[in-house]
Design a protein around this ligand. Structure first.
Ligand SMILES: C=C(O[C@@H]1C=C(C(=O)O)C=C[C@H]1O)C(=O)O
Ligand SMILES: [Mg+2]
Length: 458
């Protein structure tokens, strides 16, 4: 079956390439029975140096990409969104899609949190902005799986060889992801220093210098062996069913996570977002859990944290959409380790053509930066010693029409060889208590710790 399929694909692409008027062609073909994580796993052994994984909150859309046939990368802080959007438009013109119409080729991408802050070596390969068109894309939508292969028309050799290998391997018996290695060290920023930074932020807020700022901290884990991204991905999929599961890997460095937070989705003229801020842990028994949830919904400090996000996203959607709908009071979003205040927002009659424009306007929302935005970014630069890299920044995909979905890359870790760097932050407002905020960041690291096999929470 694999040989027949491979031949068929190659013939289609060859025929298209010969007649194509544009520099790239793609062919999409239904391809049932392939597991997305197994597909992801095959990347390195087939010679692909880039891998991408995306599953939306419902698990209804799963996108897995291997390789890179077209990439847009920018380090320009002032123009990064323009650069990336210009690259997307160029892509739209240079690309001829054929085959199954419901599976168009797309670009995976990500941005750094703060391009004005000098980057450190740990985030090598993760620039201020990047979009990549994979050579092979596996897409699961509405229960149907398709493979889309994208090739430059002038030269198909190297990537074609890799795809041939991929088709061969994926039809054979599947290996399981590697076992997770043993933890050998665990370092974090000194707790007292972080608490002092939070204390300073509270003082500035009470002095009226700003309303809210999000401060983050990191934890560096070292393992006895290399951490297999596919194994972590598999566990995240099992353990975090209502989160966006994402992975963005290049040259063996993989940024991975399970984020509950949608930044923005655009589908035609409809756009959606979720305001997420205000948190408490889950209770051990149902009664305690409900009590904590009711406390969160009534708590003034958490509601204040939340309202800054609602105001900003509501205002922004109103400026680009004809109508905006949102519930009058926040709902509870319950995840395995944590519960949040949550306000979904829907905008109709959106005037922007590309989701990337919406990403640009929205990042960073007060859920990850603060209010007012510029003042909060200054406070983060002054008080946070961390290089956030792509943590707390937009990650997602866009297609040739400008539709796509982006999440905020939180509950995440950067995997590099035997090391994993975990990140978590929390919204500081006038009524914050440093010790409770510290505890909140611990709860937010639990999903990644559990996926890495470091925390056993059954
Ligand atoms: C910053 C993070 O989470 C954000 C902060 C929240 C809060 O402070 O209550 C809640 C959800 C997220 O918007 C994180 O998980 O690292
Ligand atoms: Mg909070």
């Amino acid at each position: 079956m694999a040989i027949g399929f491979r031949h068929h694909l190659q013939q289609q692409l060859h025929r298209l390439a010969v007649n194509a008027a544009r520099p790239f062609v793609s062919w999409a073909e239904p391809w049932e029975g392939v597991d997305p994580v197994s597909f992801f796993m095959q990347g390195p052994s087939c010679g692909f140096r880039e891998r991408f994984f995306w599953a939306d909150r419902t698990g209804g859309t799963i996108l897995v990409g291997l390789g890179s046939v077209y990439a847009i990368e920018t380090e320009k802080a002032d123009s990064r969104f323009d650069d990336v959007e210009a690259g997307r438009r160029r892509w739209e013109k240079e690309m001829e899609p054929y085959g199954a119409v419901d599976a168009p080729p797309l670009l995976f991408g990500g941005f750094s949190f703060d391009p004005y802050r000098p980057g450190t070596d740990i985030w090598r390969g993760f620039p201020a902005g990047k979009l990549v068109a994979p050579a092979a894309l596996l897409a699961v939508r509405n229960g149907k799986t398709t493979l889309t292969v994208t090739m430059p028309t002038h030269q198909q050799g190297r990537d074609w060889e890799r795809i041939g290998r991929l088709l061969e391997r994926i039809s054979g018996p599947m290996a399981a992801p590697k076992q997770l290695p043993r933890l050998v060290s665990d370092e974090e920023e000194e707790k007292e220093r972080w608490l002092a930074a939070v204390h300073k932020a509270i003082t500035s807020i009470r002095a009226g210098e700003l309303d809210k700022v999000v401060l983050a901290r990191a934890r560096r884990l070292a393992f006895a062996k290399t951490v297999d991204a596919a194994a972590v991905l598999q566990r995240l999929r099992e353990q975090q069913p209502f989160a966006y599961i994402f992975a963005f890997e290049q040259d063996g460095r993989c940024f991975i996570g399970a984020s509950p937070e949608q930044l923005v989705q655009k589908e035609g003229k409809t756009c959606r977002s979720v305001c997420l801020a205000g948190s408490v842990r889950r209770g051990a028994a149902m009664e305690e859990d409900e009590r904590l949830g009711a406390w969160l919904q009534a708590d003034r400090k958490n509601n204040e944290e939340h309202q800054f996000v609602v105001q900003m996203i509501g205002r922004l959607f109103s400026s680009v959409c004809e109508t905006v709908e949102m519930p009058p009071a926040p709902q509870l979003l319950k995840l395995p380790h944590i519960q949040h205040l949550c306000t979904p927002v829907v905008g109709r009659g959106c005037r922007e053509r590309s989701v990337l424009r919406l990403v640009e306007m929205m990042h960073p929302t007060p859920a990850l930066g603060g209010t007012p935005r510029d003042r909060a970014l200054e406070v983060i630069r002054a008080l946070e010693p961390l290089d956030r890299g792509w943590y707390a920044a937009p990650i997602g995909w866009v297609d040739g029409d400008g539709n796509g979905e982006w999440a905020v890359a939180i509950r995440s870790a950067l995997l590099a060889g035997k090391e994993a760097m975990l990140f978590a932050g929390c919204g500081i407002v006038a009524d914050s208590d440093p010790d409770s905020e510290y505890e909140e960041t611990n709860v937010k690291m639990a999903p990644m710790l559990s996926a890495l096999g470091v925390m056993n929470d059954g």
